[in-house]
Design a binder for this molecule. Sequence first.
Ligand SMILES: CC/C=C\CCC/C=C/C(=O)SCCNC(=O)CCNC(=O)[C@H](O)C(C)(C)COP(=O)(O)OP(=O)(O)OC[C@H]1O[C@@H](n2cnc3c(N)ncnc32)[C@H](O)[C@@H]1OP(=O)(O)O
Length: 177
Amino acid sequence: VTVEMKSSKVAIVRMNRPPVNALSKDLMHGLRRTICDLEDNDVKGIVLTSSSKVFCAGLDLAELLNPTQEFVSSFWKELQGLWITLYSSRLVTVAAVNGAAPAAGCMLALSCDYRMMSSKNVIGMNETKFGLFPPPWFVELMADTVGRRKAEMLLLQGTLLSTEDALACGMIDQIVE
Ligand SMILES: CC/C=C\CCC/C=C/C(=O)SCCNC(=O)CCNC(=O)[C@H](O)C(C)(C)COP(=O)(O)OP(=O)(O)OC[C@H]1O[C@@H](n2cnc3c(N)ncnc32)[C@H](O)[C@@H]1OP(=O)(O)O
């Protein structure tokens, strides 16, 4: 995770785990620590974005291949901790979605106060496409953002929306070129 101060009050927080910012346990820990440190330093707002062409590919599936029970438990704790920290942050949080944002990548964006997204990208929770279902708090985030029925349809079908369709249903707030 890298931090660039745009002024004394606004920080650009970039996920920097090539090639796709898959959320490993370490990346989730680093993100949470970064947000907490900025909160402790009188910063007012952050822009969460990526240093590569993918915003965030969601959870690191490689780390979740044949894990021990202990690892899954600590991974899950880190995921929940990151979500609670970002969602409930006192900072003004803006997601600048500058690449694909599937699954937990979408969760990160939906946990922010405002979402802008570049065109020709995709965002959504596609877990059902590979036999998983998003955790309940992912579901609530989506329902709070786009409405319950729309969320049900998107989540059941594991739909990834284009930037334009995401704007049309309120999943994002603005398209930025
Ligand atoms: C304990 C938890 C239990 C349940 C949780 C349920 C909730 C789950 C939430 C999730 O987030 S699951 C993850 C869902 N993510 C995806 O479906 C995204 C999959 N990836 C893609 O669609 C694409 O990779 C892309 C993000 C659109 C980027 O495409 P691009 O063409 O730019 O890159 P490429 O596909 O060639 O990938 C490069 C490289 O990265 C590896 N990769 C991609 N995604 C992941 C990932 N999520 N985890 C780990 N690794 C990933 C991919 O395999 C390539 O690796 P390689 O170069 O070694 O082949």
